[in-house]
Design a protein around this ligand. Structure first.
Ligand code: B12
Length: 136
């Protein structure tokens, strides 16, 4: 199964991105890592080009909201994205943030799986459970 990953917007925090790449490969995924400083449009282009099953976006500097709120509009432009699983995690707000507010907000932007300040392995376990349940 193919996963496109990277860090969204003007975010240069790279450590988690490297861990995500390694962890996904260890779980048997084929990874296309776009690295840091990646715009939403670039992620969508890569998903289409690689015919990916999952887009896993990481955001650490707290600016995810500004970079991701257009996701629904972009998704509506491309019919072949309807089977793609959209996932985001990291620090989804500046400061502590409240997951009970952030998770529904990012789901409303068009993400299927949202993890605010959640350990990576917990998130990847949830991804695999989601893929199994949705027969991907
Ligand atoms: C190292 C670091 C830097 C380095 C980055 C070097 C590099 N190239 O990577 C430098 C010094 C450059 C830097 C710069 C900045 N930083 Co900085 N940085 C850190 C620091 C100390 C560690 C980050 C790190 O590498 N952690 C190790 C990795 C493994 O952990 P992680 O990133 O937290 O990721 C884990 C989880 O979040 C999760 N995860 C991540 N992505 C995803 C995705 C999914 C789907 C899932 C499930 C899980 C998941 O998995 C990882 C492992 O469990 C943190 C504070 C901290 N202690 O966390 C601040 C921190 C991230 N930085 C912060 C800030 C504000 C900045 C700056 C804006 C500071 C400034 N004013 O210039 C700039 C950002 C510039 C930019 N354009 O992005 C804030 C973010 C605040 C927020 N979100 O509210 C933090 C939290 C510090 C703080 N407490 O204020 N930073």
């Amino acid at each position: 199964m193919k996963v496109v990953t990277g860090v969204v917007g003007n975010d240069i925090h790279v450590v988690a991105n490297r861990l995500i790449d390694i962890s996904l490969q260890a779980r048997g995924f084929e990874v296309f890592n776009l690295g840091v400083n990646t715009y939403l449009e670039e992620f969508i282009d890569a998903v289409i080009e690689t015919n990916a099953d999952v887009l896993l976006i990481s955001s650490l500097n707290g600016e995810a909201e500004g970079w991701c709120r257009e996701l629904k509009i972009l998704k509506s432009k491309y019919k072949n994205l309807k089977d793609v699983v959209f996932m985001i995690g990291g620090n989804l707000a500046v400061g502590e943030g409240d997951a009970s507010v952030l998770v529904p907000k990012f789901k409303d932007y068009g993400f299927d799986l949202v993890f605010h300040q959640t350990d990576l392995n917990t998130g990847l376990d949830e991804l695999q459970k989601y893929l199994k349940e949705n027969k991907k």
